[in-house]
Design a protein around this ligand. Structure first.
Ligand code: SF4
Ligand code: SF4
Length: 472
């Protein structure tokens, strides 16, 4: 009996809120949210959208502030160019990203999903608002959905989907501008799509994907597709801060008008408002669920109810499951501090790599398969391959100088020139020869220090291995 009851209470874990028993999609019509959290989320969302849409137009010294050109492997972060050769930095940055996501989620749950995720922001703050504006609130939307195709429905659907398509087109332009740069994207307009077929097809494809996602797929992205959402089950625990229902205070729930039994009831009056506003269609009173994107709409809805019935707010709130069960206030735990310390350490390592990163990366190695050569009877030479990668946006002049060569007894000859010029983002290669008088040589293997100077400033000293004949 107990087992059957428990199974019945847990039934929501075996089914999706937006799919019926036959597997058919149930369209969700969330009630328009309002309240303090919604206002705060709107401010954050508009600020982030302003940043995102302005991003491709922001430049630093004539170059985009942010660029993620995976096709040509060009990356610009806050005006600084990064190349695939900056592997070390990318590796640590990826590690920071992963650790950040995991640790942040373990401590703060899905705050990212509700406040920062582009899917939530575009869906709830742009597309959904257009829908409320054209179709009305949830009840009118349900009515419109059920009504046969008449003049009103055709007009509203045409207007809504036209606006959805235009918005998807604008978002995909912005998205593409982050990949190929705003200048390249402008050429699509000035030269015509036929001259930039690749970019044009990418634009059409992105527009189609965004339109599909925001007009139809919607919450299914969070529930079915998003890997971050799928990982919640293993990352969250009882100490994670999530949007949660205080079942200790709220249960047993019951309608407020049952006056006789009122003293035995909890604070939840079973009004269902928290369910009606939920964009993923779940009932937060069932506990933490994979579908919950922590959008806070149910907090606002319940707070409004609590104010109306003169009970304390925060029956649904940000809290830990443990906090609700024990009735304790959330405080920073040792675990959170330890996790955050690891993250701070990784960020420090990343910052160190970025700050100490040279404008030019250089390699000097003895030419493969060669050994020493006599230059006349009294001098020995070794041949070296040199490579320079210019990681900046400007041409760089690179000079090589022998260090500790006060009496000019050792010669450095650049084959075919005096210095190297590395174009922006490209490699410059060449060959050099080091010639040493025999009477300066004391062993058959030693190193010669070569200074690498970029635009007159020394960036590093290479110890180039030198081989010579065995001296008796
Ligand atoms: S909004 Fe609050 S009172 Fe109403 S059903 Fe949800 S938890 Fe209960
Ligand atoms: S349960 Fe609440 S916080 Fe979670 S998605 Fe639904 S409305 Fe948003």
């Amino acid at each position: 009996m107990e087992a059957a009851k428990a199974k019945d209470e847990e039934h929501y874990r075996d089914e999706l809120s937006n799919v019926d028993k036959k597997g058919k999609r149930l369209w969700i019509f969330p009630k328009k949210p309002k309240g303090g959290y919604y206002k705060a989320r709107s401010i954050v969302a508009w600020a982030l959208m302003a940043l995102m849409f302005a991003g491709p137009f922001l430049k630093w010294h004539g170059h985009p502030l942010l660029l993620f050109n995976v096709l040509e492997r060009k990356f610009i972060l806050f005006g600084f160019p990064f190349w695939p050769q900056d592997f070390k930095i990318f590796a640590v940055a990826t590690l920071v990203g992963i650790v950040f996501i995991v640790l942040f989620t373990v401590v703060w749950g899905r705050v990212f999903c509700g406040w920062v995720c582009p899917q939530t922001i575009f869906m709830e703050m742009l597309f959904r608002k257009i829908e409320y504006w054209i179709d009305g609130d949830w009840k009118q939307q349900q009515k419109l959905q059920a009504m046969p195709w008449n003049g009103e429905k055709i007009r509203k659907r045409t207007l809504k989907h036209t606006l959805f398509f235009i918005l998807s087109f604008v978002i995909s332009n912005t998205f593409l501008a982050y990949i190929i740069g705003i200048d390249e994207l402008s050429l699509l307009v000035t030269d015509g799509p036929l001259n930039h077929l690749g970019s044009f097809f990418a634009l059409i494809m992105f527009t189609g994907v965004f339109y599909f996602v925001f007009a139809w797929f919607r919450e299914l992205v969070c529930i079915i597709v998003c890997p971050y959402g799928r990982l919640q089950g293993v990352m969250l625990d009882k100490k994670s801060v999530v949007v949660t229902y205080d079942h200790v205070r709220g249960e047993p729930r019951g309608k407020i008008n049952k006056k006789e039994a009122q003293e035995n009831l909890g604070d939840c009056i079973d009004c269902n408002l928290c369910v009606n506003v939920c964009p993923t269609g779940i009932d937060i009173r069932n506990g933490v669920q994979l579908e919950c994107i922590n959008c806070t709409a149910c907090i606002d809805a319940c707070d409004e109810v609590m104010v109306k019935i003169d009970r304390p707010k925060s029956l649904i709130r940000y809290d830990t499951v443990e906090g609700v069960e024990k009735g304790e206030k959330w405080k920073l735990s040792g675990r959170s501090i330890a996790y955050s310390s690891v993250l701070v350490l990784l960020i420090a390592v990343l910052t160190f790599f970025i700050v100490t990163r040279d404008d030019v990366e250089s390699i000097i190695v003895r030419t493969y398969g060669t050994t020493y050569e006599y230059q006349g009877k009294d001098k020995i030479s070794n041949l070296y391959n040199v490579e320079f990668l210019n990681k900046t946006f400007k041409n760089k002049e690179i000079t090589l100088k022998l260090e500790n060569n006060d009496h000019d007894e050792i010669e450095l000859v650049i084959i075919g020139g005096q210095q190297f010029v590395a174009p922006p983002g490209e490699q410059s290669k060449g060959t050099i020869m080091i010639i040493i008088p025999l009477d300066e040589i004391e062993s058959n293997r030693f190193t010669v220090p070569i200074g690498v100077y970029v635009d007159g400033d020394k960036i590093e000293t290479f110890e180039a291995g030198f081989v010579a004949p065995v001296i008796d």
